[in-house]
Design a protein around this ligand. Sequence first.
Ligand code: NAD
Length: 292
Amino acid sequence: MILIDGAGLAEDILQEIRQEVDLMVSNGKKRPHLAAVLIGDNPASLSYVTNKVKSCETAGFKSTLIKRDGNFSENELAQLIEELNNDSEIDGYIVQLPLPRHIDADKILLLIDPKKDVDGFHPLNFGRMAQGLPAFLPATPSGILQMLERYKIETDGKHCVVIGRSNIVGNPMSILMARKGYPGNCTVTIVHSRTHNIDEIVRQADIVIAAIGIPKFVTSEMVKDGAVVIDVGINRIADTSTKSGFRLVGDVDFENVAPKCSFITPVPKGVGPMTVCALMINTLKASKSEIY
Ligand code: NAD
């Protein structure tokens, strides 16, 4: 079994980006600049955004964190987005999800200029991705592709089962694993909350990608010997032995599943850091006008 070191890999890629950025700057080009908008005080969101800002420093980017309280209105956010769209200093930005309930996230995501949509959530980027056109790929699926590629994991003709159909992970992941090329060329099955016989379907998978949000959902009985298991889940469970009173677990019962796998990602330090890394790759592309 090979444990995929997402944190180490992300660090290597960030250093590669840093070298490219240093070269760009020494050639008189502008430093890439990422902005992050955080509304409200969700602790998990704050921790994700803080990680993203830290990674900007490692990659040599400029970053701007825009924090607003939970009462910030939809109209005010729309206005802020217009300002970010028109700010030539900023190459790309993200609006951290989830947004407070009084804000319609779908409406807000539509307002983001697709050229600056480094999270890859705008329907134009999603559509371009689905058609195999150059696009900002959503960060988590893109980070997983990087992992598969860097670990030289065979995907051609494999059966990939994606668990979960969200617009930010499961759905785009299924499209990317089925697309022509490497990583890709998989036969993909997507399973979700209405699927019958999930266990039976997952047992047939050469590659399992779990993005559900249920701790330890994937058990060893569901995984065939030699499978590749990518665990996207980040779930907080109570743990009195830790300072914070919780610990993070994935959607996979790691302890019991790992011995059966050819490759597996841990939680934490697996997909999470690669997601942030993919966001940095998108920001670099935005600063170089590589997509649009
Ligand atoms: P979501 O809640 O939007 O979607 C969950 C999906 O799981 C849904 O499509 C649903 O149909 C499916 N599902 C729910 N219950 C199910 C069941 N019993 N059987 C089968 N399918 C079921 O979640 P999301 O945004 O895709 O996130 C999923 C998990 O991944 C969460 O734990 C989240 O925190 C984590 N996540 C991690 C990263 C990362 O960088 N590592 C990024 C995004 C999300």
